[in-house]
Design a protein around this ligand. Structure first.
Ligand SMILES: C[S@@+](CC[C@H](N)C(=O)[O-])C[C@H]1O[C@@H](n2cnc3c(N)ncnc32)[C@H](O)[C@@H]1O
Length: 251
């Protein structure tokens, strides 16, 4: 299965109930207020952030590779009477009719791109949707190696409707040279006497700060700032495991 199809089927359905933390929308509102509208969220998923931004009056469109996730987003938008333009696209094939003052990912979704070649294609497509002086925000992280003691350990969520949702890591594999970690995840849903169990590989591909800068430059972008996850400017730090990269078109 292609990495961009990970959040489909039961993995899309259980994304929201299994999500352990909810990210705030305000940092992205701040970014858009500073850099301008219209804005575009890449990998908007089932819409937690983009719907908050739309609810608060921001002109923001969304794309996602998963039509299952977008259907959930559209359904929530309709229930809340929010209009939002959603496009089923992969960021590495981004092709939209308008250009954006701000393009962002709300969280480290960029690490779902499986390799540097795909990442470079995505950065070029981002570049193609920015005019001079417009800005993109790419949060990145370097995942910790999976602790072998976690393998086979089951964490379980029970929904209000009584569905039992166990989740576990079946196996883990890490390639430091390729900067890739593959965890085989098992998602289960038990409800009303029926069970669904599916295993799927969750791939993360990460970047060093200098490696990402090189890729961005190859795509016609420049790194105008490195930030910590709160948006404070930081200097290059080879040991940082969580950082945000602010990009603009190279002139
Ligand atoms: C971890 S979810 C985050 C969703 C949302 N941004 C949030 O914070 O709730 C990652 C999303 O990125 C999407 N995605 C993965 N690869 C993608 C790609 N190549 N292009 C566009 N979207 C992608 C997935 O389908 C999924 O909906």
């Amino acid at each position: 299965m292609e990495a961009s199809n990970f959040y489909t089927g039961i993995f899309a359905e259980l994304y929201a109930p299994l999500k352990s933390t909810s990210q705030a929308w305000e940092p992205y509102a701040e970014f858009i207020s500073q850099e301008g509208e219209p804005a575009l969220e890449l990998g908007c998923g089932d819409g937690e952030r983009i719907l908050d931004l739309r609810r608060n009056g921001f002109d923001v469109d969304g794309i996602d590779s998963s039509t299952d996730m977008l259907a959930r987003c559209a359904q929530q938008a309709a229930q809340a009477d929010i209009e939002v333009a959603l496009f089923p696209q992969r960021m590495e094939e981004l092709e939209l009719p308008r250009r954006y003052r701000s393009i962002f990912l709300a969280g480290p979704t960029f690490t779902l791109l499986p390799d540097d070649v795909t990442a470079l294609r995505a950065l070029k497509r981002i570049r193609g949707h920015l005019a001079d002086g417009d800005t993109a925000l790419v949060p990145l992280f370097i995942p910790a190696p999976t602790d072998p003691r976690q393998l086979g350990m089951v964490s379980e969520v029970v929904t209000k409707g009584g569905e039992v949702l166990p989740c576990s890591i079946v196996s883990a594999d890490r390639d430091e040279d390729a900067r890739v970690q593959r965890n085989l995840l098992r998602y289960e849903k038990h409800a009303n006497g029926t069970s669904v169990v599916e295993d799927r590989t969750w791939l993360l591909h990460w970047y060093t700060q200098s490696g990402f800068r090189q890729l961005a430059e190859a795509a016609g972008l420049v790194v105008v700032a490195l930030q910590d996850k709160e948006g404070r400017t930081i200097s290059t730090d080879a040991n940082a495991t969580e950082f945000r990269v602010v990009l603009q078109s190279a002139r």
